[in-house]
Design a protein around this ligand. Structure first.
Ligand code: SF4
Ligand code: SF4
Length: 408
């Protein structure tokens, strides 16, 4: 077993190779949203890698092995921890990395190492495990209220079904037009679906994973997987890219085997339902729309085309693009559980999305992620530029459901 002194205990062989491979070329710097709003050198990808390599050298390098490991200055460790937790984990650096570093997983693993040493996480993130244990969500809100304020009375939930819908904590508590839109789309497509009771639909584990606090993850994930398995579920649908990301990439690792069901984002379901004719758009929308790709959906799991298929299917819509879109999209500012800890960064990044959408004369800014939705909404407070925003399922449900709701 590796000692607490060594820095490589949390990292996979692939990640060790990645750390070694960084050439310090700086190519990634242009794409880092944090560098755009706050150019602290400590947060830059090559600097984080350089410093971490120094930690490894001091504790596991040749000299350390011959003469014993060196102590790392506590202040240096704290500065590094702040830098690695200030990153939004958007993965843009990895997308443009000349040696192919998968940064959406490297940074969270470095965070995990700092948590293991008792130096991370930062601020309110430290309370998340206890809050999730008590309430099932990271927002410390009552589990019984998870579905209450938004779930439409006209939508039926089956006791068991091949398809299950997972609302997710951010959608259920902070982006209710989105989750309401999801279930209205399922109803309109005639898709029978089941859900867990509100007390059992606990957090998917993403905030704990991304903040390096992995202790509860296995229990949380096994509990959810077993609950859906008991209902005979074959496909689990969600709207939150972070849920989809951790479920498809990391749940099988924590579960210890292949999941007994497929994971799908709601845009994948809706694009297919439009193609097969299960969903029919009944209204025109003569608007110029701009779509923001969420980092954990686009770079994270490669879903970029389905949201565009949906938007292009709406008669009258003119779809325009951000300068950076698809897998090259720019973070909304909310990623990496850093939104509440570094709100100035998050708001400044969110506002640049608003500004670009306004500059491009979009009538509406469309999201497919509850965190992007909530962040950009917040960024609009006291901002001189304003734009209408909507979640893609909120919008779609308003065009297929005549009487249920409106996306305006
Ligand atoms: S993940 Fe995003 S915010 Fe973090 S260093 Fe890379 S580009 Fe910057
Ligand atoms: S692009 Fe890749 S190799 Fe170059 S500095 Fe950034 S992380 Fe290192």
């Amino acid at each position: 077993m590796k000692s607490r002194g060594c820095f490589t205990g949390s990292l996979s062989s692939q990640q060790l190779i990645e750390l070694d491979a960084c050439t310090q070329c700086g190519e990634c710097l242009t794409f880092c949203p944090i560098q755009d709003v706050n150019s602290k050198p400590s947060i830059s990808p090559p600097e984080k890698i350089r410093v971490f390599r120094e930690f490894i050298k001091a504790t596991e390098g040749l000299k350390a092995r011959l003469f014993g490991p060196r102590d790392i200055d506590r202040k240096l460790l704290e500065e590094f921890t702040k830098a690695v937790f200030e990153c939004t984990t958007c993965g843009a650096c990895g997308q443009h990395c000349t040696v192919g570093i998968f940064s959406q997983r490297l940074w969270p693993q470095l965070r995990k190492e700092m948590v293991r040493r008792g130096i991370g996480p930062i601020g309110g993130q430290a309370k998340m495990p206890e809050v999730i244990r008590n309430t099932g969500n990271p927002y410390n809100l009552p589990a019984k209220d998870r579905f209450d304020p938004w779930f439409p009375a006209a939508v039926e939930v089956a006791e068991t079904a091949d398809t299950a819908y997972y609302a997710g904590c951010t959608g259920a508590y902070s982006a209710q037009p989105m989750v309401k839109g999801d279930v209205l789309v399922l109803k309109a497509a005639g898709e029978p679906f089941t859900m867990l009771p509100p007390e059992d639909e606990v957090c998917c584990g993403f905030p704990l994973f991304v903040s390096g606090q992995h202790d509860m993850l296995e229990d949380l994930i096994k509990r959810l997987v077993e609950a859906y398995r008991a209902k005979g579920v074959k496909m689990l649908l969600c709207s939150c890219p972070c849920c989809v990301n951790i479920m498809s990439r990391d749940w099988p690792i924590f579960y210890g085997q292949k999941l007994p069901f497929k994971i799908r984002h709601m845009t994948q379901f809706a694009a297919e339902a439009l193609r097969s004719g299960k969903l029919k758009i009944r209204r025109e929308l003569p608007e110029r729309l701009i779509y923001h790709d969420p980092c954990y959906l686009s770079r994270g799991v490669g879903i970029t085309e389905e949201p565009r298929i949906i938007l292009r299917s709406i008669p009258g819509v003119q779809l325009i693009e951000f300068d950076r879109y698809g897998v090259n999209s720019r973070c909304c500012g909310a990623g990496g559980a850093a939104r509440k800890v570094y709100p100035e960064n998050a708001n400044a990044i969110g506002r640049s999305t608003i500004d670009e959408a306004v500059k491009k004369k979009a009538d509406r800014l469309i999201f497919s992620c509850p965190a992007c939705y909530a962040q950009v909404n917040e960024g609009m407070l006291n901002h001189d530029r304003q734009i209408r925003i909507a979640d893609i399922m909120e919008l779609l449900s308003s065009l297929i459901e005549q009487d249920e709701n409106s996306a305006s």
